[in-house]
Design a binder for this molecule. Structure first.
Ligand code: HEM
Length: 463
């Protein structure tokens, strides 16, 4: 049986991740499996994109160039995509940056996440052979929510949303505030401080560790797993990052098995303990499904909210007039968080495969075709957002962005991320009203996940 998966966050036709199908494999050749996986899933797509970019292909330019692009430059590529029509034909897939069309694709039953069938042939055989016999399930492979579709997805999602309720998130607000207060108190006010390291990454990881019921003593370990495995949401990884990601997923998988067993035996007051016990018609999630959910919550919660905080800090510092507005109207912090998510979203794009022959905005799309939905582009659709390139914390429809996707895979952590963004940003700027960024800010080298990897700042006197 052949089952092949494509990273739908940024999927390329070559991003082939097949489940192990068994069969005799020469032990001599086994060490070549990992490099082969990397070549098929990352190096080759990278090469194809680089060539396409050289030819001026918009999709290639976006894939290869997005790393160094500012949010406005990404917005300009989106303008070109939109100028070529509601649906643009890129070098390996259709692409759209129109907000209504993005929503249409993400909500349609004619499209699905994940599964890409390379058909018969050498590449398909090679990708099957290259699978890790000790395959660990990453956040973009079934049974992760992000890679399953109804009826499985409906069942997982029902159980998980029963635990991740709005009330549960509100209950975390107080704790998040306490963590943010502790963190701002611990910042060094004497010299430059890297806000990503000291603040933006610390806040979400501590919150996620609480959700997962990770004991305080294990937090640094889990932080390490998160840092190692989080780029698994990305595409076009270099060889050493790819190896680190696989090792991170492997270690996290082992850790989770023990941790979840522990929560089953001795449940705590955390959301994960509740998920372990949750049942629908007497059926709960099995160990594989629980591990996939916990892994996704760790990777999604860790690697995206850090970017939300960093991107928003950089935007606010670049627009001091907006900070003045927020000082006068602190009730706008929630809206400012959404406006930052709109202008510089942590997830550049996602994609869906046509489950059957269909059409998008009048363009016929054959079964199996990938449609890339450019979330960052849709967020600047001038038909939806007036003066779309302007960063405006008072914008009335700032929340209409698609940074958390749309449809049945709409981000499960959206309320949590919004709350963390609002609390985290307000607490930092209230305490350090004179905070100034210093030279040396550096963006991450990931393509799909966009954010800062360093954000040096001088905090000034605390208020
Ligand atoms: C600013 C922060 C965040 C952003 C921008 C973000 C973005 C996204 C996006 C774009 C998707 C859907 C991808 C697609 O449609 O292909 C998604 C799904 C998901 N996110 Fe988030 N996320 C964030 C924070 C979080 C947090 C904190 C959690 C954990 C509690 C989380 C958990 C999830 C889960 C479980 C899914 C899968 C939902 C499903 O497939 O049904 N996210 N997120």
């Amino acid at each position: 049986m052949r089952t092949t998966y494509v990273s739908h966050f940024g999927g390329t036709p070559m991003a082939l991740l097949t489940r192990p199908t068994g069969g005799p494999v020469s032990s001599l050749a086994a060490p070549l499996r990992q490099p082969t996986r990397w070549v098929l899933n990352h190096a080759l797509p990278n090469l194809m994109a680089t060539r396409a970019a050289r030819r001026g292909d918009l999709q290639g330019r976006l894939m290869v160039g997005s790393v160094g692009m500012t949010p406005d430059e990404v917005g300009h590529v989106a303008d070109e995509v939109r100028a070529s029509g509601a649906v643009h034909k890129g070098f390996f897939s259709y692409m759209t940056a129109s907000l209504p069309v993005v929503k249409e694709v993400l909500s349609s039953n004619d499209f699905r996440t994940g599964i890409f069938d390379p058909g018969e042939g050498r590449i398909a055989d090679l990708s099957r052979w290259a699978q890790d016999p000790e395959h660990r399930f990453g956040p973009l492979e079934p049974p992760s929510l992000l890679a399953t579709e109804p009826p499985d997805h409906t069942r997982y999602r029902k159980l998980v949303t029963r635990v991740f309720t709005a009330r549960a998130v509100e209950a975390l607000r107080e704790r998040t505030q306490a963590i943010a207060d502790e963190l701002v108190d611990s910042l060094d006010t004497t010299g430059p401080v890297d806000l990503v390291d000291a603040y933006c990454s610390q806040l979400p990881v501590t919150v996620i560790a609480e959700i997962l019921g990770v004991p305080a003593g294990d937090r640094d370990r889990v932080l390490g797993f998160g840092a190692a495995a989080a780029p698994s949401l990305d595409t076009g990884l270099g060889w050493s990052s790819f190896r680190r990601v696989e090792a991170g997923l492997h270690d996290f998988d082992h850790y989770l098995e023990d941790h979840l067993e522990q929560l089953r035996r001795d449940p705590g007051d955390d959301l994960m303990s509740r998920l372990v016990a949750a049942e629908d018609d007497g059926v709960g999630l099995d160990m594989r499904e629980l591990k996939a959910t916990a892994g996704l919550v760790l990777a999604a919660g860790f690697e995206t909210t850090v970017n939300l905080l960093g991107n928003a800090i950089a935007l606010l510092r670049a627009h001091p007039d907006q900070l003045t507005v927020l000082r006068e109207r602190p009730d706008l912090w929630a809206n400012a968080t959404d406006e930052a998510l709109r202008v510089d979203p942590p997830v550049l794009l996602t994609g869906r495969l046509a489950a059957r022959d269909t059409e998008v905005a009048g363009v016929p799309v054959r079964q199996g075709t990938l449609v890339t939905t450019m979330l960052a582009g849709a967020n600047r659709d001038p038909d939806v957002f007036e003066d779309a390139d302007r960063f405006d914390v008072t914008r009335e429809n700032a929340r209409d962005h698609v940074s958390f996707s749309s449809g049945r895979h709409y981000c499960l952590g959206a309320a949590l991320a919004r709350m963390e963004g609002e609390v985290g940003l307000r607490t930092l700027f209230d305490r350090y009203p004179d905070l100034e960024l210093q030279p040396g800010a550096r963006r991450r080298t990931t393509r799909i996940l966009r954010g800062y990897d360093r954000l040096p700042a001088r905090l000034g006197a605390p208020a």
